[in-house]
Write a protein of this length. Structure first.
Length: 268
C-alpha cells in the first residue's frame, strides 16, 4: 500500500503538459504566445520566444481557424522555424475567413520554415488558403504540402527533402511563382487542377519533377533537371507550355498525354 501511495504521489507531483488552446496577437484583447498544438485565432506574428519555435513539437505544430465573421487571417512566422518530430502536421489550415489565410514565412529573406513533421502544410477546404509566401517545407515524413486550393497563390516557396511529394495540390486556379521542389522522395510537384499557372523548378527528385493534370493549365518558365523518372509530365487539354530547362532526367524530359518528346506537341 505504501509503494502504491508513493507512486501516486509522484504522478500527482509531476508537471502536466500544457493543453492546446487559442493563441495569437489578439485573443480576447491580449497576446497569447503560441505553443505546439495551439489554434491561431487572430492575425499573429510569431516571436522568437514563443514555445512553438523554442521547442520541438511532438505532434501538430499550429492549427489556423479564423472567427466566423473574419474576412482573412494572417500567420507570419517572421523567419522562424517550426520543428516537428516526424508526426502530425506543421501548419494545418482549418478556416481562413471568407478570403482565406495569408501564410507568411518571412516579410524578407531568409524564409521561415516548417521542418520535420508528418506533413508540412495541410489545407483540405478549397477556400481556406489564399496565399503562401517565403516559406520552406523541409524534411517532412510525407508531403511538404498537401493542399486543396481555389486560386491560391504560392510565391517563393521551397519544398525539399520530404519523403513523399514536395507539393501535392488539388483544386482549381492558383498561381505558383518562384516555387522549387528539390530532392524529395517521390515527385517534386504534383498538380491535379484546372486553370493554374505553374512556374516551378524541380531538381533531383526521386520520381518525376513536375506533373500537371487538368484543363487549361499553363507552364511558365518551368524547369526539371536530374529527376529520377520523367522531368515534366503534362496531361489534359488547353493551356500554354513554356519550358526553360528540362534535361538530365532518367527517363523522358517531357511527356505530354503519355507521349514521349518526339511525338509530343509543344506549347498549345
Amino acid at each position: 500500500m505504501r509503494s502504491w501511495t508513493f507512486a501516486l504521489a509522484l504522478v500527482l507531483a509531476a508537471p502536466l503538459p500544457a493543453l492546446a488552446g487559442a493563441c495569437g496577437d489578439d485573443v480576447a484583447g491580449r497576446r497569447v504566445a503560441c505553443r505546439c498544438g495551439d489554434t491561431v485565432v487572430s492575425d499573429t506574428r510569431i516571436l522568437a520566444d514563443d514555445p512553438v519555435v523554442a521547442e520541438r513539437c511532438r505532434l501538430d505544430g499550429l492549427l489556423i481557424r479564423a472567427g466566423k465573421d473574419a474576412e482573412s487571417i494572417t500567420l507570419d512566422l517572421d523567419g522562424h522555424r517550426i520543428r516537428g518530430s516526424g508526426a502530425g502536421i506543421g501548419v494545418r489550415v482549418m478556416y481562413g475567413g471568407t478570403d482565406g489565410v495569408q501564410l507568411v514565412g518571412a516579410s524578407a529573406p531568409p524564409r521561415g520554415a516548417i521542418v520535420g513533421f508528418g506533413i508540412g502544410l495541410s489545407a483540405t477546404d478549397t477556400n481556406a488558403l489564399a496565399r503562401v509566401v517565403r516559406l520552406e517545407l523541409r524534411d517532412n515524413r510525407d508531403e511538404g504540402a498537401r493542399v486543396t486550393i481555389a486560386g491560391t497563390v504560392f510565391e517563393d516557396v521551397v519544398a525539399s527533402g520530404n519523403s513523399r511529394d514536395g507539393f501535392s495540390v488539388r483544386g482549381t486556379g492558383g498561381r505558383f511563382a518562384d516555387v522549387s521542389a528539390n530532392a524529395n522522395g517521390e515527385n517534386g510537384f504534383r498538380l491535379f487542377a484546372d486553370n493554374a499557372a505553374v512556374g516551378v523548378a524541380a531538381t533531383g527528385n526521386a520520381r518525376t519533377g513536375i506533373i500537371i493534370d487538368g484543363t487549361d493549365n499553363d507552364l511558365h518558365a518551368a524547369e526539371a533537371v536530374g529527376n529520377g523518372r520523367d522531368g515534366i509530365v503534362a496531361r489534359g487539354t488547353g493551356g500554354d507550355w513554356e519550358v526553360s530547362r528540362c534535361e538530365g532526367n532518367a527517363r523522358d524530359d517531357l511527356r505530354a498525354n503519355g507521349r514521349a518528346p518526339e511525338n509530343a506537341e509543344g506549347p498549345r
